[in-house]
Design a protein around this ligand. Structure first.
Ligand code: NAI
Ligand code: MG
Length: 491
């Protein structure tokens, strides 16, 4: 080997495989100093304001409106007016044109959106560029296709729009969650008041510019920024016909209590603690990639993250060894660097939550492994982490960490894997890795999870419904199923 390396006087392989920085330029993004609320097609000054930052540098990016209850009422009134003034009675084929336009503009402006998403949320540019933004556009394309086919989607029923939809979204996939909410609502003829998460409002505010470009009638989509108080005001407003919420189980439960008996429609997409189950007959190297993608994608800020790895005992040792080896190659750092695999933690609050749960894992007796990586000084960071020696009762095996932290557990038989996998209050997603198709089907039928991936993980498609069981919520987004929450079928 050494001889080959020296052949010709220069080494045949470089001695060092580290990557040179490859930052994406920020120049494409033009931020305003301050943003108002987007109500009735106009910018309205909010009652109060706050600053939004970049979690990777802690720099202030812009001043954002904190909408009051009065501001929210104003937005709901604008949505009601737009609903009555023609949007709800517009032909489906006409609504589809607007959705197609929005989809195309998102594609045209994809780089701008990707850079802004990474800047404001901390996720790696290769994810916002290759996953978030293309999927958001795909969602608009997909639901544009349904807008004039609702009678075929629900034969022998008379689908009608629900009215004004109040939509509250989280910070982990800001533009994508906006698309998941707005596209089906508009396709079905509803109007919308959407509240982005307080830490990541910027792509939703840029989206208002897309609406203007698409010449969507004023008031059909209204964006109100602010924290949980703004969200609560939207839930409280009596003129909202439907609430769609994605976020924590705690807030989801509070919303459900508040709306009980009100007759309002409700869908909840809440947390998860997914099992990623690896059988000894699987393609091990592929499984390792799937495990890494399952938990370190988007810093683990993913409701369907594969946060509990169940390894069959017979392959436990080689699997953990390969996994640790793979972790050494993950690049943590600048979200705008095209080589970055793991970006910044979304907020100081989320970082605290991750640290607290990781500390509980150590204290309860789990063994921690983190690869050597140099974390930037400014900003919020957490190294990719694996816990072995985890008991099912530990908090790190029970609670949603929502960070780059994996808990490894073991099993011997399919029955045992199933029992352990279902031993959770959540039921959003699961993964199964095995060569046997029959075993995949046997597991998928018995796993109490809304989505089961086989020999892959974290794959999303607008045609495929997504949603949970138990404390992961109810209702489905995506696919034909995703239309139903935005329709009523009475005469
Ligand atoms: P959260 O549930 O408080 O926030 C989600 C959205 O709900 C945000 O837009 C927020 O402003 C809004 N909100 C907060 N309180 C509200 C209220 N009383 N009424 C109406 N809307 C309200 O989640 P948070 O605090 O950001 O994160 C806490 C934990 O929740 C995370 O660590 C994670 O475990 C989980 N989470 C799960 C998500 C998922 O995709 N299922 C997304 C975000 C968080
Ligand atoms: Mg909260």
């Amino acid at each position: 080997m050494a001889e080959i390396d020296r052949a010709g006087g220069t080494p045949a392989v470089p001695g060092d495989w580290t990557y040179a920085p490859a930052p994406e330029s920020r120049d494409i993004v033009h931020l305003r100093d301050r943003y108002g609320l987007f109500i009735g097609g106009r910018w309205v000054e909010a009652a109060e304001s706050y600053e939004t930052i970049s979690p990777s540098t802690e720099e202030t990016l812009a001043v954002i409106g904190q909408a009051s209850a009065e501001n929210v009422d104003e937005a709901v009134a604008a949505a009601r007016t737009a609903f009555a003034d023609g949007w709800s009675s517009l032909a489906g084929s006409e609504r589809a044109k607007y959705l197609f336009r929005i989809a195309r503009i998102l594609q045209e402006r994809a780089r701008e959106f990707a850079v802004l998403e990474s800047l404001n949320g901390g996720k790696p540019i290769k994810e916002s560029r290759d996953v978030d933004i293309p999927l958001a556009a795909a969602h608009f394309f997909y639901y544009a296709g349904w807008a004039d086919k609702l009678e075929y989607a629900f034969p022998n029923r008379t689908p009608k729009p629900v009215g004004v939809a109040g939509q509250i979204i989280p910070w982990n996939f800001p533009l994508l969650m906006l698309a998941w909410k707005i596209a089906p609502a508009l396709a079905c003829g509803n109007t919308v008041v959407l509240k982005p998460a307080e830490t990541t409002p910027l792509t939703a505010l840029l989206f208002c510019d897309v609406l203007r470009q698409a010449e969507l009638p004023p008031g059909v989509v209204n964006i109100v920024t602010g924290d949980g108080r703004t969200g609560a005001a939207l839930v409280e407003n009596d003129d909202v016909d439907k609430i769609a919420f994605t976020g924590s189980t705690e807030v989801g439960k509070a919303i459900q209590r508040r709306l009980a008996g009100s007759g309002k429609k409700l869908t909840l997409e809440l947390g998860g603690k997914a099992a990623n189950i690896v059988f000894d007959d699987c393609a091990l190297d592929q499984a390792v990639e799937g495990i890494v993608n399952g938990i370190y994608f988007n810093q683990g800020h993913v409701c369907c993250a594969g946060s509990r790895l169940f390894a069959q005992e017979s392959i436990y040792e080689p699997l953990v060894e390969k996994l640790k080896h793979r972790l050494e190659t993950l690049r943590v750092g600048d979200p705008l660097d095209k080589n970055t695999d793991v970006g910044a933690i979304n907020s100081a609050m989320q970082l605290e939550k991750i640290k607290e749960l990781v500390e509980s894992g150590r204290e309860e007796g789990a063994e921690i492994y983190q690869p050597a990586c140099r974390l930037p000084e400014k900003g919020y960071w957490f190294a990719p982490t694996v816990f072995t020696n985890v008991a099912q009762s530990y908090r790190i095996a029970q609670e949603e960490i929502f960070g780059p932290v994996l808990s490894v557990l073991t099993f011997r038989t399919p029955d045992e894997a199933l029992e352990k996998a279902n031993n959770t209050p959540y039921g959003l997603s699961a993964g199964v890795w095995t060569e046997k198709g029959s075993r995949i089907l046997w597991m998928a039928q018995r796993l109490r999870a809304g989505v089961v991936w086989a020999n892959t993980y974290n794959r999303f498609d607008p045609t495929s419904p997504f949603g949970g069981y138990k404390e992961s919520g109810f209702g489905r987004e995506g696919g034909l199923h995703g239309l139903e929450p935005y329709l009523r079928f009475d005469e």
